[in-house]
Design a protein around this ligand. Sequence first.
Ligand SMILES: C[S@@+](CC[C@H](N)C(=O)[O-])C[C@H]1O[C@@H](n2cnc3c(N)ncnc32)[C@H](O)[C@@H]1O
Length: 256
Amino acid sequence: VAGQTTDVRKVLIIGIGAGNPDHLTLQAVKAIGATQVFFIIEKANAPELGALRDEMIDRHATPGEHRVVVIPEVARDRDPDDYERAVADWHEARARRLGDAIVAELADGETGAILVWGDPSLYDSTLRVLETVRRLGDTELDHEVIPGITSVQALAASHRIPLHGVGEPVLVTTGRRLVGGVQAPNTVVMLDGQEAFRAVDADGTTIHWGAYLGTDDEITVAGPLAEVADRITEVRAQARDEHGWIMDIYLLQGDG
Ligand SMILES: C[S@@+](CC[C@H](N)C(=O)[O-])C[C@H]1O[C@@H](n2cnc3c(N)ncnc32)[C@H](O)[C@@H]1O
């Protein structure tokens, strides 16, 4: 990680792991320590996650030499007629806000950072938003990615399993895409608000499910899908009521 550079604004995109504060790599700890301005895109829906992120900054940033800039999240239409268009518009609106904040708050030669849940390569828009900031053109930016532990790895670790049999492939996908059916013998499903596993042919399929992985509230359930699906639905509803939000992920394995 470069510390100070001159003349160019530097932004670090730091993967902070999937819920356990000890998921932070040494590289991430150093990067947080070298950051002067943290740009936080505020999400209202999961306050515990915001608290965890704030705690990481308190613990690893250099005292007295950093500040936090909060950028309000852009509202998003969750059920648009044109999904692709809506996502593109949302990215552009976020990019404008972030670009404006970088120009306003980060002096030349300073280092800024965006802390990203898990790793920025997996179902996260930060890198695309930064590309848009660059494309929109008003901000001279140098950026660097610090990798983090993903929720996929946290799931496998909590269940103490590999994701696949010897030499087999793994598909990582979303609940939305699973609706058409399981497409690979080992399928990891993220971003599933609809419990898409319920629509899967349960015959010969096992599931390893986990919620709030890495946190004190972690819950895991595993077994043949036909036997544990109802239990997952029950546990999930209860946990969601209790917390007001849920983040869960699962691995489906079967005959494909
Ligand atoms: C927007 S994606 C972000 C993924 C993240 N970049 C990563 O590397 O894991 C959010 C999804 O990640 C999964 N997820 C992230 N953290 C999790 C956790 N601690 N426990 C369970 N699932 C998690 C859930 O499927 C959730 O819907």
